[in-house]
Design a protein around this ligand. Sequence first.
Ligand code: DWN
Length: 393
Amino acid sequence: MKCKITNKSLNPFMSFGKMPIANGFIKKEDFPKEFFFDMEVGFNEDISLFQLNDHPKPESMFNENYPFFTSSSEHMKIHFKEYSKYIKKFLNGKSKIIEIGSNDGTFLKNLVNDDHKILGFEPSKNVAKIALKNNIPTINEFFNKKSANNIGEYVGKTDLICASNVICHVPNLNELIETVDMLLKDNGTFVFEEPYLGSMFEKVSYDQIYDEHIYMFSASSVRKIFRKFNFELIDVLPQSTHGGSMRYVIKREKNSISSNVKKVIDFEISKKLDRIESCLDFKSNCENSRNKLLEKINLFKRQGKSICGYAATSKSTTILNYCKISDQIDYICDTTIEKIGKFSPGMHIPIKDMNHFYNNQTECVYLFAWNHKNEIFNKEKDFKGTWFSHVEL
Ligand code: DWN
């Protein structure tokens, strides 16, 4: 499927090769029917947007078997508690709040006891079920004009729409913004945070690119996109989550723009994040990073060391398939029941539970959840082997 934000076709500048569904953890008997797509990335110069050229259908990723739960990280739970305090400045009294892609309700849970009316949209059935079980009002649908039209009491009356790590998953940004426009009050606010292009370029964390992450935003791209719909980017707040993210605050009013916006946009211009040149540097940085990683892994193997992976993240699918790493890694340990006993997408490395990790002390551990480094190192203080990753730990 093509992404919809302009009709202009992209000229991809890089291919990561054939990729499976990043969260498509798979049983052995399903290997022969595994789905792959060409993962190419391009840069839309009109709106300074880094994006996939093509992506699988959303329904093939977000369905009744989606295996990611926001609550899998204690640190993220704390982050969402803080986020829920931050958004209070956009509320008054009894406000109407919507979260797009509310997952298991980790964020909305912080607002459930207030006087506000809260509602989440979550397309993955198994995940929405958990939120509902925890009494978080949730609509098990993709967020779009059709599903939003069914919640008449929110149309034109919503004070705040929030989203985290989800707007980059939505192929039709035009419809998404039109739906936000339809729901928000005149002085309503849209706040969302996403992995940041500047951080991905700086860390060469190309594993942020996979089927679900159709876009990698910057303040420059967000401002250009929302201006097309008569909205303004009024604040930007860097976040340390997911290896470097940015919180964007959008309103219709154009007279309350924080000085942060100019600072971040000036920074992006100085780093050419608004131009394709930065992408070409990124491309050669990815290739160098892949070579270095393979050298490191091959050295461990020549030294006769065992290697396992820690956390079967979506991101690990890009690393493993782009670098063609399979047998070198004995297994990947993870806390998610839905992934345990299955195999990693594409490269088919077995996924094991944490007991397997503790009972089979491996000499070298590839930290795939490098974005949760502090939380994981804190838990695994007793591990005496070597941690490594493709990014600096
Ligand atoms: O945008 C997205 C981000 C926010 O979350 C999604 N498209 C999917 C997901 O990406 P991810 O899988 O790369 O997310 P994380 O949070 O980096 O990794 C989650 C995985 O790591 C889960 O399978 C659980 C596992 N994990 C673990 O095994 N032990 C995580 C932690 C913190 C741990 O201690």
